[in-house]
Design a protein around this ligand. Structure first.
Ligand SMILES: Nc1ncnc2c1ncn2[C@@H]1O[C@H](COP(=O)(O)OP(=O)(O)OP(=O)(O)O)[C@@H](O)[C@H]1O
Length: 223
């Protein structure tokens, strides 16, 4: 069953068309990798899927049963950032009447801390965490409300190889338990290794399919 269907989508900023008649869908349990050169419209696509940008034409269908989680591309969390990793994860608790967490909310936070390998550093201020630890904290925070579709925008971009694999192994574990994943990346090796399906965006032409049909990176696309 599709958790998102995009049909004949066109998005423009004023006269500048960025996405031009794009169709694809994400099914339950897919690990969809989205690849394509800088400026081709990957983040624009995500913004419209999140409802922040109105398409010029076409439709994005998100069934009521789909619960979206999102890890954005950039954050300016410097070493002054005072919240502990645990408190940062807990920030994504649903709006509630009481100013403190209920027992079940606390349990959910602890579960996300544990499942994202953050137990030993949960008290550490997020600002002092390494790049890989920060990404795991962002992941734990996004997964707290139990989404069934997670959008990751370039989450591995600033990480060294070992940390990239650690993060994507974690994501794969959640995917194997039913989470659908949409992972935007410039890293074709990671795309091939972790994706089950791909969406390749290039100016004016798009392709999608099972990962074994991912085209070879075009010059300039591979980073
Ligand atoms: N708010 C905006 N107003 C006008 N043009 C925009 C706006 N946001 C993005 N663009 C333009 O739309 C195009 C697509 O940008 P977008 O950020 O979606 O690309 P991208 O594929 O995510 O790029 P990257 O891989 O570098 O992150 C670019 O030409 C960009 O300059």
């Amino acid at each position: 069953m599709a958790v998102v269907s995009v049909d004949d989508l066109t998005i423009a900023y004023g006269n500048h068309t960025v996405i031009d008649h794009l169709s694809f869908s994400i099914n339950e349990g897919d690990f969809l990798v989205v690849v394509g050169e800088n400026g081709v419209g990957k983040t624009t696509l995500v913004r419209s899927m999140l409802g922040f940008l109105k398409p010029k034409s076409g439709t994005i269908t998100i069934p009521q049963s789909t619960r979206l989680g999102y890890v954005p591309q950039f954050r300016n969390i410097d070493e002054e950032y005072p919240l502990s990793i645990r408190d940062f994860v807990a920030l994504n608790t649903k709006p509630r009447l009481l100013p403190w967490l209920t027992k079940s909310e606390r349990n959910r936070v602890e579960r996300m801390i544990r499942e994202n390998n953050l137990t030993k550093i949960a008290e550490r201020p997020l600002g002092l965490a390494s790049g890989g630890e920060k990404q795991r904290a962002y992941l734990a925070q996004a997964l707290l409300p139990n989404p069934n579709l997670l959008i990751l925008d370039e989450s591995t971009a600033s990480l060294d190889n070992e940390m990239k694999y650690e993060l994507l192994d974690l994501v794969t574990r959640f995917q194997q338990n039913g989470l659908s994943v949409m992972f935007i990346t410039h890293d074709w090796d990671l795309a091939e290794q972790y994706g089950t399906r791909f969406l390749y965006l290039s100016p004016g032409s798009y392709s999608t399919g099972p990962i074994n049909e991912l085209p070879s990176p075009v010059k300039g696309d591979k980073k």
